[in-house]
Ligand binder design. Structure first.
Ligand SMILES: NC(=O)c1ccc[n+]([C@@H]2O[C@H](COP(=O)([O-])OP(=O)(O)OC[C@H]3O[C@@H](n4cnc5c(N)ncnc54)[C@H](O)[C@@H]3O)[C@@H](O)[C@H]2O)c1
Length: 388
């Protein structure tokens, strides 16, 4: 296993959406956070030489590879960061773990629960550090929500309501990207964006007990892409089958007795990235929306009746976790900062052996809920999460 040194060398697979977000995080982290080791952007990997070479130069990586096996085998790499689509996660992670590397992997952890469990098992047996990129946990307002709940200020939790709404598929001519193929993505809106909502719910209020869901694929065939860029692309005149859900909604019971409602859709016209939660407790309520990510709305029953109402907290004070590392109060941060914070925690985890979550275990727990929902849809009935 790789020993902790003053420098931590990263090797990263993938250079598009998440590849860019993670590269930015590695570049910025040392400038804003005091770290026990320097992060060195050693090598980036992609299959297209011209593309990966350009990305390496633009994002600031020292070198590049076109075969992830070569990247994983390199002696000068301490940890592998996986930003390829879900079908590639397991193979890359297992080989990296076998080579003694620590692994940081994008969500969902794998194509399915059994692959996710195999990855967790291998990482635990090898004793390497492992992490999954549930980045939304690491925003100051979400951290504030967590500390309010943990302090008991919301009391007993009754309701958890989450949405993750996008509209990039409402146009039937949007091409058949990899996110719409079950064999590459695992599932559609469910594994892609419900996965984030499930993780936030576990982080904030605890484990799921049972679930029941339904889903829909509104457009069953789409143009085969000629090229893709981010979530969009250019389609050809030929069509292919969509093999994942466009939307999945489910009800949940939590182990603490709370009731949950979750809705994930890529057909929510007008909603661009509405990752939200609203939590009602016996003493108060909190609500959050990614599209206003610095703000947390809170309501406390103990307020005097004539003054009671929702208040909006701007989570940019030095007392708010991570906020003090950035700008003066009120100088808001954005989507990309969550990645800087999670990368900071993961690198510190390697360098200083500091505690870290979410790990592959959280990836597995999330995947258990995803699969329990799918099983409930197949059966048309409630399914206990422990059953999967
Ligand atoms: N944490 C988040 O909020 C978030 C957001 C978007 C995507 N994701 C996850 O990140 C992962 C990547 O998604 P994306 O949006 O960046 O996809 P993308 O299509 O933008 O990029 C995928 C990258 O992987 C590379 N790739 C694919 N197969 C490869 C292989 N065999 N070897 C080497 N490189 C390979 C591609 O060349 C490309 O650079 C997925 O697991 C996705 O679910 C997470």
């Amino acid at each position: 296993m790789v020993g902790v040194s003053k420098k931590i060398n990263v090797g990263m697979v993938g250079y598009k959406f998440m590849g860019k977000a993670h590269s930015h995080a590695y570049k910025d982290v040392g400038m804003f956070f005091d770290m026990d080791a320097d992060v060195v952007m050693k090598a980036i990997c992609g299959r297209d030489e011209e593309g990966v070479k350009a990305a390496a130069a633009k994002f600031g990586w020292e070198s590049y590879e076109t075969d992830w096996r070569k990247l994983v085998a390199r002696d000068d790499i301490d940890f592998i960061d996986i930003n390829a689509p879900s079908d590639a996660h397991k193979e890359i992670a297992l080989e990296a773990i076998a080579a003694g590397k620590h692994v940081f992997c994008e969500k969902p952890l794998a194509l399915n629960l059994s692959d996710a469990r195999e990855m967790l098992d291998a990482a635990e047996k090898a004793g390497v550090k492992h992490g999954i990129c549930f980045n939304y946990r690491f925003l100051p307002a979400v951290q504030l929500a967590k500390s309010i709940i943990d302090s008991g200020k919301l009391g007993e939790i009754h309701h958890y309501r989450a949405t993750y709404l996008q509209d990039w598929l409402v146009d039937p001519e949007t091409p058949l990207a990899w996110r719409l193929k079950k064999e590459v993505a695992g599932s559609g809106a469910h594994g892609d964006i419900n996965a984030h909502s499930i993780d936030l719910a576990r982080f904030l209020i605890g484990e799921f007990d049972r679930v029941v869901g339904h889903n829909r694929t509104f457009v069953k065939e789409r143009p085969i892409p000629v090229s893709t860029s981010g979530l969009s692309g250019v389609g050809s005149s030929e069509k292919g089958e969509v093999t994942v859900d466009d939307a999945t909604a489910f009800l949940a019971d939590f182990k603490n007795g709370a009731m949950g409602i979750f809705v994930a859709s890529r057909f929510a016209t007008g909603r661009k990235n509405a990752n939200t939660f609203e939590i009602h407790g016996s003493k108060g309520t909190i609500r959050w929306d990614l599209e206003r990510l610095n703000e947390l709305e809170v309501y406390f029953r103990e307020d005097e009746p004539e003054l009671a109402g929702f208040r909006r907290i701007l989570a940019t004070e030095p007392q708010h976790k991570y906020a003090g590392n950035w700008w003066p109060t009120g100088h808001i941060i954005g989507y990309e900062h969550g990645f800087v914070h999670i990368v900071y925690e993961f690198v510190q985890h390697i360098a200083a052996n500091s505690p870290f979550a979410p790990t592959f275990l959280d990836g597995v727990r999330c995947q258990e809920v995803l699969e329990a929902v799918d099983l409930s849809i197949e059966r048309g009935t409630w399914v206990s999460v422990e059953e999967v």
